[in-house]
Design a protein around this ligand. Structure first.
Ligand SMILES: Cc1cc2nc3c(=O)[nH]c(=O)nc-3n(C[C@H](O)[C@H](O)[C@H](O)COP(=O)(O)OP(=O)(O)OC[C@H]3O[C@@H](n4cnc5c(N)ncnc54)[C@H](O)[C@@H]3O)c2cc1C
Length: 479
């Protein structure tokens, strides 16, 4: 009997949808099965607080979406996706009413620092920016490959290798420049005194800011998955929601199965289709600490003391380099920081469709130990009030989610891990296991396509795209 589909994708996060789109574009029959009632995984938008306030439940800011070598090739604007760029990508307020800003322009960013830090900023970033596209394409490929531009990758690697703490102190005397690097590196959810991952992720985000900006999706991040879905359906692909898969036997017949799931879920679902030794390695995959998030409906804009923060899409609230280093270190030691590093987004400053006229949405989270159910609302609000006194008076409603809430919402977010697995240097290379073709498994029909594969977390679709390429080169090439 012939298979019903060429490929079945389990999970409709941005990676599952990217995999499905790539296969459907190649003329393959594809069916996506999503466990949640709605498609999208980490790209959904909901009225979480009050009617008329549209909040991004997970992802909000999309430097990697707009820069993604795969998403860039898709006609997603025709299917409802519009990127909106705030006045400035990122602001980072400091005590005393000052703020450091990541502008689109490298020079404008550097000019705010003292002369020697400005010179160093240009020396570090300008050569990397000149080769941004080439470097990004190489860095978003599986790690054990010969890069297309080895020199550019080597230049990036030399800057990324040391810890952020060491680099920030060696490169910059100016506290503002140090804080800017630290805030970006903290997206890695790895302590900033560890090598490679924090600096690599921080540098890449800053370069993306200079090269492409940090946009939001007009109407909400749900438009990213909405556009991918609409495009997929236009190519003949089909989608089914509200069906959580627990065993291979529940799946329709197909030549290839692509799992947009955690490694442990794949091990459980695939069972004896995969050798016990490989399943053990999947189960040994380590997850990152979790997050606690608050979505606010506000009566007006956030009353930032620093003018520069008012038009920024993203705001990093954590003060100095040293302060951010301590708070991220505490999280990894199982401590809930009193002064957490807070990542905040104010989508409604550039996207009026997010809230009723004159009102605003505000999205803020901090890192917490894995699985935490501690309410971090007060700690987060103290950090916001520190840089925006009077913030609390603007709150109309709030909606919170802790690690357990996130894991219930999406089984990929194990213990509240939002990056698909710890992204320290070992798991940047071994994602989910050390392999030349990490999206493949020992069963030629089964692939892993989630953020637990290279290149890791973020809305860029590259994990799904790479897994789909592997399926096309492998089991689907024969048919
Ligand atoms: C709070 C938060 C904030 C974030 N902020 C940003 C941001 O601003 N910018 C950014 O780029 N990234 C951000 N991210 C990260 C980004 O959302 C993820 O890296 C990305 O969504 C991963 O995509 P994915 O397709 O691998 O998995 P997911 O998006 O997690 O999707 C997996 C899907 O698979 C489904 N699924 C899992 N198991 C099964 C099963 N057994 N059967 C059926 N369906 C199943 C799930 O229900 C889910 O819909 C954030 C994430 C969170 C949670």
């Amino acid at each position: 009997m012939s298979e019903a589909y060429d490929a079945v994708v389990i999970g409709s996060g941005p990676n599952g949808l990217a995999a499905a789109v790539h296969l459907a574009r190649a003329g393959r029959s594809v069916h996506v099965i999503e466990g949640h009632a709605r498609i999208g995984g980490g790209t959904r938008t909901d009225e979480l607080t009050l009617p008329g306030f549209f909040h991004d439940v997970c992802s909000a800011i999309h430097p990697m979406g707009v820069a993604s070598p795969f998403l860039k090739t898709l006609p997603l604007e025709e299917f409802g996706l519009e990127w909106i760029h705030p006045e400035v990508p990122l602001a980072h307020p400091l005590d005393g009413g000052d703020a450091v800003v990541l502008h689109r322009s490298l020079d404008e960013t550097a000019d705010a620092f003292d002369a020697s830090s400005a010179k160093m900023y240009r020396r570090v970033f300008a050569p990397l920016l000149g080769k941004f596209e080439e470097t990004l394409t190489d860095l978003l490929a599986p790690p054990l490959r010969v890069p297309r531009d080895p020199l550019a990758v080597m230049r990036f690697g030399l800057r990324a290798l040391p810890s952020t703490l060491a680099s920030a102190r060696a490169w910059f005397g100016d506290e503002k420049a140090r804080a800017l690097l630290a805030g970006n590196a903290a997206h890695a959810v790895v302590p900033l005194d560890r090598p490679l991952a924090p600096n690599a992720i921080g540098l890449m985000l800053m370069l993306a800011g200079h090269a492409c900006g940090w946009p939001v999706a007009k109407g909400g991040s749900g438009r990213v998955s909405g556009a991918l879905t609409a495009y997929l359906e236009s190519l003949g692909g089909s989608i089914e929601t509200g069906r959580r898969i627990a065993r291979m036997e529940e799946l329709p017949r197909a030549k290839a199965y692509l799992f947009d799931t955690s490694p442990s879920a794949l091990a459980g679902i695939a069972g004896e289709c995969l050798p016990a030794s490989y399943r053990r390695r999947l189960l040994a995959f380590r997850h990152a600490p979790g997050i606690f998030k608050i979505d606010y409906a506000l009566d007006g804009p956030v009353p930032w003391t620093a003018e520069e923060c008012r038009g920024a899409g993203t705001v990093h609230l954590g003060g100095s380099l040293d302060e951010i280093v301590i708070s991220e270190r505490e999280v990894h030691r199982g401590i809930h920081p009193e002064r957490p590093f807070v990542l905040a987004a104010q989508q409604s400053v550039c996207d009026e469709s997010r809230a009723p006229a004159g009102k605003h949405t505000f999205w803020a989270y901090c890192h917490v130990p894995s699985g935490s159910t501690v309410d971090m609302s007060s700690a987060i609000e103290r950090q916001i009030e520190r840089f925006a006194p009077g913030f609390r008076d603007r709150i109309l409603a709030r909606h919170t989610m802790n690690c357990a809430d996130y894991e219930r919402y999406n089984p990929n977010l194990l213990g509240g891990d939002i990056v698909g697995g710890a992204s320290d240097w070992r798991q940047l290379l071994a994602r989910p296991v050390v392999a030349a073709h990490p999206h493949r498994t020992p069963d030629p029909a089964i692939f892993l396509c989630s953020a637990s594969t290279p290149p890791g977390g973020g809305v860029h679709g590259m994990c799904g795209y790479r897994a789909a390429q592997e399926a096309m080169r492998g089991v689907l090439a024969k048919t």
